[in-house]
Design a protein around this ligand. Structure first.
Ligand SMILES: NC(=O)c1ccc[n+]([C@@H]2O[C@H](COP(=O)([O-])OP(=O)(O)OC[C@H]3O[C@@H](n4cnc5c(N)ncnc54)[C@H](O)[C@@H]3O)[C@@H](O)[C@H]2O)c1
Length: 364
């Protein structure tokens, strides 16, 4: 039996629902039936791992839905794969009334979302996130895009879906390391805006795909991200706003960059970044040493690293931070916690302090 909860996302142009529940195939089928009755063509984009792991789910899709499977992995978020998706939409004669389904993790969501944003200057799309990260983060907020050789996510568009279906059952086939990686964003949301969520993560045994609390946790996280995004849809706020979602990311992106992409999963680098941001917040006099310890324990309990596996060069990490695309006019923007559950952005910080924090996190 399926049941779902709903989070409503209000954007400047539209309001759309995020359905969170288990076994949502029937509910999605009803929605698609309505679209097909109106004569809309529907095309689904997925990746090879999702297609194999969720074959029963694809068997349930209406036979009129055309499915394109791209290779799994970040490398599919590129120009040539985008071209393949656009050609597929054209070959299936999607018109302005057409709908694109993005069935996969953040890679498929970003790629298919950007294809939907650019094909015929924009057609509707529905996100069906299949990873924890995609459910609590990438499917909410309307950012879509691909990577180019100059950097990650450098080409893209804001394009909101018409609906999101987060079927928790789909998480059961996720590789455990990928599931843990998605937990980093959930811990981040607790640290930046929801002390009660942080307490829940601290007090209970580690959350897994089978856990009955997961639905509530995913719904709550969608709510948090949607709230931040609604208030600052295109990341234009001078302080705070959408930039708060970068808590731990200024440090984490540097780890990914210096270690080489692929060495750490995104959430693993963010685990280290969250601890580094906590130490910074403590050194600036906002949170206590005890709070830093609590954060370290929650990150580690959810099978994420709290320090580097192998030492990386402090200077290389600082350089990577200064080149991050969020840096404006040479000023690095850090997100710090005033307390657990409340974050703020600050412009720059003493670089000797940042060096010290990197060393505490295992850099040399
Ligand atoms: N648009 C945004 O706002 C936003 C936010 C955060 C991250 N992102 C992007 O998201 C991407 C990362 O997303 P991700 O972590 O979901 O990675 P991913 O899409 O690569 O998925 C991770 C792995 O899990 C597999 N997988 C997915 N669902 C599965 C399932 N149910 N069962 C078995 N295997 C499954 C995938 O094939 C892949 O191998 C990055 O490209 C990042 O830039 C975008």
């Amino acid at each position: 039996m399926s049941s779902s909860k709903q989070v409503l996302v209000e954007t400047s142009r539209s309001t759309y629902p995020i359905h969170v529940g288990r076994s949502l195939g029937g509910q999605l089928a009803e929605t698609l039936k309505g679209l097909l009755e109106k004569g809309s063509r529907i095309a689904a984009i997925t990746d090879s791992n999702v297609r194999a792991a969720q074959s029963a789910w694809f068997d349930e899709l209406d036979e009129n839905v055309a499915v394109l499977t791209v290779p799994a992995g970040e490398t599919s978020k590129n120009l040539s794969c985008l071209g393949e998706v656009l050609d597929f939409l054209a070959a299936n004669k999607l018109d302005r009334g057409g709908v694109v389904l993005a069935i996969g993790g953040g890679v498929v969501g970003d790629l298919a979302g950007f294809a939907a944003a650019s094909y015929l200057r924009g057609v509707r799309f529905i996100q069906i996130p299949t990873t924890l990260l995609a459910m609590v983060d990438s499917s909410v907020g309307g950012k879509t895009g691909i990577n180019i050789s100059a950097g990650k996510n450098l080409v893209g568009a804001f394009h909101q879906p018409i609906a999101v279906f987060s079927d928790i059952e789909m998480l059961k086939t996720m590789p455990p390391r990928e599931f843990a990686s998605g937990m980093a964003e959930i811990i981040k949301h607790g640290m930046l805006q929801d002390a009660a969520l942080f307490d829940l993560l601290e007090a209970n045994s580690i959350l897994g795909p089978e856990d009955s609390r997961l639905e509530e946790v995913v719904e709550r996280n969608c709510d948090i991200k949607a709230g931040v995004v609604n208030a600052d849809e295109k990341e234009t706020a001078a302080t705070g706003g959408r930039a708060l979602l970068n808590l731990g990311h200024t440090f984490g992106h540097a780890v990914e960059n210096v270690a080489g992409y692929g060495e750490y999963l995104h959430g693993e680098a963010i685990g280290i970044g969250l601890v580094a941001a906590a130490i910074l917040s403590e050194r600036l006099g906002f949170i206590s040493v005890g709070d830093v310890e609590r954060i370290r324990k929650v990150v580690s309990a959810h099978r994420l690293p709290t320090r580097l596996n192998e030492p990386l060069s402090v200077e290389a990490l600082l350089k990577a931070m200064s080149l991050d695309k969020k840096v404006k006019a040479g000023v690095i923007r850090f997100v710090i916690m005033k307390r657990i559950g409340r974050a703020e952005t600050i412009e720059s910080a003493d670089m000797d302090l940042i060096r010290e924090i990197w060393r505490e996190c295992g850099a040399s």
